[in-house]
Design a protein around this ligand. Structure first.
Ligand SMILES: *[C@@H]1O[C@H](CO)[C@@H](O)[C@H](O)[C@H]1NC(C)=O
Ligand SMILES: *[C@@H]1O[C@H](CO)[C@@H](O)[C@H](O)[C@H]1NC(C)=O
Ligand SMILES: *[C@@H]1O[C@H](CO)[C@@H](O)[C@H](O)[C@H]1NC(C)=O
Ligand SMILES: *[C@@H]1O[C@H](CO)[C@@H](O)[C@H](O)[C@H]1NC(C)=O
Ligand SMILES: *[C@@H]1O[C@H](CO)[C@@H](O)[C@H](O)[C@H]1NC(C)=O
Ligand SMILES: *[C@@H]1O[C@H](CO)[C@@H](O)[C@H](O)[C@H]1NC(C)=O
Length: 354
């Protein structure tokens, strides 16, 4: 009998197994081995325990009180093919106008610090270039810090009735500032019923640009694949009007691009500021004819507005946008399952060893 076999025989006897006598040299040998194997599995079991305690709490918090689960925001999401073709249109309009109107080019070159039109276009990017364009109707914020009235909004009958309904967004113009490039939306009467944004909230301190953080440049963002387009003449009250929208719903917009370090939320502020300037209509405001019809106006400080003769009709669906925090629960679950299986695997290994 080898030493190993002796130990095995001794250990398999009930005495050695149950009493774990420290005085027994063989038992000590096995016990030490046992501890060595058990330590990682105990640790893993320990790690998985909190997940099992936290998970049911999380699930209860979200499903037990279903009312607290709100999307990050509600809005109109442009159908993919309309979204792509409208982006294409918008970049083309910007490129054409830069090439045709020297004053415009000079000012934009100055504030973007870019010389060439292609580089100016790349200066404005979208954070998620693969997402369709959207017009936010109501911003809720993130649980548990919802904005006041978020719960009430989601419970409104008109909101519930309009969820997943298709309607047409009317894009009646564009704005360009040192911060943002955006499309100006004129909401219909029915869309206004869903509108819940502050139409008078402009940029906090005008000249201040936020700290530069570089958003990855994705060059194919202006070149999505599928195209569908629907445009028509401007409504008579919009045509040739240098303040085509104001008041209720006038902040409605699509963010087409932001300069480096600027958040999409700024487009709405820029639009509010411009609408206020349109109302003042100072003598220093310059008007230029657009090459393909319509007007371009400069309100100073690099703030430009396009008043085209055509509007674009964008098929859209009203719904909520989830911020994607539900993933944490699943993550905790898979992590604890992983820990458990590891613990089992190690324990099984140890048993076979005996
Ligand atoms: C999209 O834009 C590119 C470049 O601006 C242009 O060549 C192309 O024809 C456009 N496609 C459509 C379908 O509008
Ligand atoms: C260029 O931009 C700076 C601010 O960035 C401004 O002070 C200056 O007046 C601008 N120059 C022209 C010619 O517009
Ligand atoms: C364009 O949009 C209008 C308004 O939604 C709709 O009535 C019309 O049928 C659309 N035309 C095409 C060609 O899609
Ligand atoms: C905006 O217009 C809609 C529809 O006419 C109306 O229900 C809503 O109360 C208005 N909101 C404000 C702030 O005036
Ligand atoms: C809208 O924003 C303005 C400026 O920040 C503020 O004075 C006003 O109280 C806000 N209105 C509402 C209804 O929150
Ligand atoms: C702005 O002023 C110009 C002349 O300076 C005038 O022709 C135009 O009608 C005015 N527009 C608005 C919206 O007041």
């Amino acid at each position: 009998m080898t030493n190993e076999e002796k130990i095995r025989k001794h250990v398999s006897s009930n005495m050695c197994r149950k009493v774990y006598s420290r005085s027994c040299q063989h038992c000590n040998h096995v016990l030490n081995k046992q501890l060595l194997y058990r330590l990682p599995s105990f640790l893993l079991l320990l790690i998985s325990v909190p997940s099992y305690i936290i998970m049911p709490i999380q699930v209860m918090a979200t499903s037990g009180n279903a009312n607290t689960e709100l999307p990050l925001y509600f809005g109109w999401f442009v159908e993919t093919d309309y979204s792509s073709s409208f982006l294409n249109r918008s970049w083309k309009l910007l490129a054409d106008t830069l090439q045709e109107i020297p004053d415009f080019l000079k000012d934009v070159q100055n504030f973007t610090q870019q010389t060439y039109v292609t580089d100016i276009l790349l200066h404005y990017t979208r954070e998620n270039p693969n997402e369709v364009l959207h017009c936010t109707a109501m911003y809720n914020g993130v649980y548990p810090n919802y904005v006041p009235g978020a719960q009430e909004y989601s419970e409104k009958q008109v909101v519930k009735d309009n969820l997943n309904q298709v309607s047409t967004l009317h894009s009646i113009g564009w704005i360009l500032t040192p911060r943002t490039f955006g499309a100006r939306i004129k909401l219909t009467k029915n869309q206004l019923l869903l509108w819940n944004q502050n139409d008078t909230e402009g940029n906090p301190t005008h000249s201040e640009l936020k700290a530069k953080t570089s958003i990855p440049l994705i060059t194919d963002s202006h070149n999505l694949r599928v195209y569908k387009e629907n445009s028509t003449d401007q409504d008579p009250d919009v045509m040739g009007n240098f303040q085509p929208t104001s008041g209720n719903g006038s902040k409605a917009h699509l963010t087409l691009g932001c300069s480096p370090g600027v958040g999409a939320v700024t487009t709405g502020y820029d639009l509010v500021d411009l609408i206020r300037l349109e109302g003042i209509n100072g003598s220093e405001v310059k008007t230029y004819d657009l090459p393909n019809g319509g007007w371009l106006r400069n309100y100073g400080d690099g703030q430009w507005v396009f008043y085209p003769t055509k509007q674009f009709l964008l098929e859209s669906t009203f719904h909520g946008y989830e911020s994607g925090t539900a993933g944490t629960c699943q993550l905790a679950a898979s992590f604890s399952i992983l820990c458990l299986s590891c613990a089992f695997a190690i324990l099984t290994m140890f048993k076979q060893e005996l």
